[in-house]
Design a protein around this ligand. Structure first.
Ligand code: SF4
Length: 68
């Protein structure tokens, strides 16, 4: 039960390392999007798919996505 509550964790992006390759958007478009300022941002959600975000973390070439 307590485990489920931990799903509220949120992904964060270290923008100083992000190279805007778009991989995270391809892998997980419901979580990562390009904002009007031209940066990748994390969409505000009540819950994030651990497997999808982990996939984005694994595939990010700049290694700049992490769980908060
Ligand atoms: S995969 Fe990583 S480097 Fe590529 S756009 Fe997403 S956060 Fe930036």
């Amino acid at each position: 039960m307590a485990q489920k509550m931990n799903m509220m964790k949120k992904p964060i992006i270290d923008l100083s390392d992000c190279i805007l390759c778009g991989v995270c958007q391809d892998v997980c478009p419901e979580v990562f999007r390009l904002n009007d300022a031209g940066y990748i941002e994390v969409v505000e959600l009540l819950d994030y798919s651990r497997s999808d975000v982990d996939e984005a973390i694994k595939n990010c070439p700049a290694d700049c996505i992490a769980w908060e």
